[in-house]
Design a protein around this ligand. Sequence first.
Ligand SMILES: Cc1cc2nc3c(=O)[nH]c(=O)nc-3n(C[C@H](O)[C@H](O)[C@H](O)COP(=O)(O)OP(=O)(O)OC[C@H]3O[C@@H](n4cnc5c(N)ncnc54)[C@H](O)[C@@H]3O)c2cc1C
Length: 481
Amino acid sequence: MSRVVVLGAGVSGHTAAAFARRWLGKGDTVTVISPRPDYNWVPSNIWVGVGLMKPSKVVVPLAPIYERAGIEFVLAAAQSIHPEGDAQSQTPYVTAVAADGKVHKVPYEFLINATGPALRFDKTEGLGPEDGHSMSVCTPDHASLAAQSFNEEIERMRRGERRKFIVGAGHGTCTCEGAAFEYIVNLEFELRRHGVRDRADITWLTNEYELGDFGMGGMHIRHKGYVIPSSTFNGSLFAERGIDWITRAHVQKVEEDRLHYETLDGVSAEREFDFAMLLPPFSGVGLKAYGRDGADITDRLFLPSEFMRVDADYSQKPYTEWKAADWPRTYQSPAYPNIFAAGIAFAPPHQISVPRTSPNGTVITPAPPRTGQPSATIGKVVARSIVDMIGGAPAPTNEASIAEMGAACVASAGANPFTGTAASMIVYPIVPDHERYPEYGRDMDLTFGEIGLAGHWIKILLHHMFLYKARLLPGWHRIPE
Ligand SMILES: Cc1cc2nc3c(=O)[nH]c(=O)nc-3n(C[C@H](O)[C@H](O)[C@H](O)COP(=O)(O)OP(=O)(O)OC[C@H]3O[C@@H](n4cnc5c(N)ncnc54)[C@H](O)[C@@H]3O)c2cc1C
């Protein structure tokens, strides 16, 4: 009998647990440890944040799903990993703390860390909806607050007031610019729908060097027979919508009515706003690790960013020397072969976008993107490897390098069944490979983008498909990641 424990019930962890349960025998157990009772289909938080969807439409309660599927569920936040057990027993285990303070000690034979990101609002003074002055759409609760505030702005504009909106990245090292991009174009669309667009000044504020960088160093896409850089694609989308932009910016401080930022040339500036939705930078969730003797071995499992070390090349070589092959393939910990990291929880080996620092020493470079499709695929691949290792395989049997994986991204640009649009992009591979594709780093037959109403319908379809899959309803495993 084997015991597989998954930390986190998000896109990656939930996928890993569901497949592990499906593929393992009845005598084996699968346990999910997660601090929230629900699964959140994060991409649709965008629509919650502009008031188009209720938060309840983007979450599903996990307990009944796991009960039906035969997966144990521990509602608690993992705190520490003890890969060698302790003085009492050599059985590896994790500790997790529930909301009421109860500490769970959960033994494992194989462990998947899929704890996603910690939202580091604390890295910028005044950032975030809880202790600061800006909105977020990273969780359903945050998105719901954003919608409330957005509606208040609409009401004020209806009364004739002019209002200023800023959307983008709340720190020089943010990732997930794609999510903020979706939010700004949806916000603009909704302002038009409400008939108040002429009273709104909308600004995109980003840590990207050029528009459309997305932490992937930008991309060239095939569009209507032409190859165009994503900076042009995004710039024209913004120009068509009257959205102004500030690039190469690090937000230093957010006050009630203005934010202060520094740009790559070292100049400090400020911008007034009435409504700001700014994403936070990410780190790992701060799990600790201890050896058998109780010694702190956190640095054996994690990088200082708190993301987990896996089978990547983490050597500190210069940016110009990194290769696509540096990216991980199996997501196995080099220190403990029965520990894996899936989704955002694994540490990327290097920046994809060119690292840049202002004359004041401020890093202003988007971190590599951590999108949903690869996160789910990695969860599935890791589950397969573990199941095979339980069956006797000496090493992971499955691989999924982001440098060999394509990603489809459908970015909503206005949610309406008749007048809505979405930008649909396919990128192959996600991490550019300049050896295989010397011209643009990507296969131009497989990398393309389109914007139109069909994309909106696809986005709606994906919302329903992925929530159906998350509920583990009949045939769920046939729905692709
Ligand atoms: C607003 C927004 C929109 C996005 N839109 C898109 C999109 O359109 N397309 C796309 O591909 N990607 C999108 N993404 C990215 C996508 O959401 C992520 O790639 C994906 O959620 C990552 O999956 P994950 O499992 O690694 O992390 P998550 O989905 O964040 O899951 C992490 C899980 O770990 C749990 N957890 C946290 N701490 C602990 C702990 N200590 N112990 C145990 N469990 C813990 C969390 O509660 C959660 O269940 C978007 C992201 C954001 C923020």
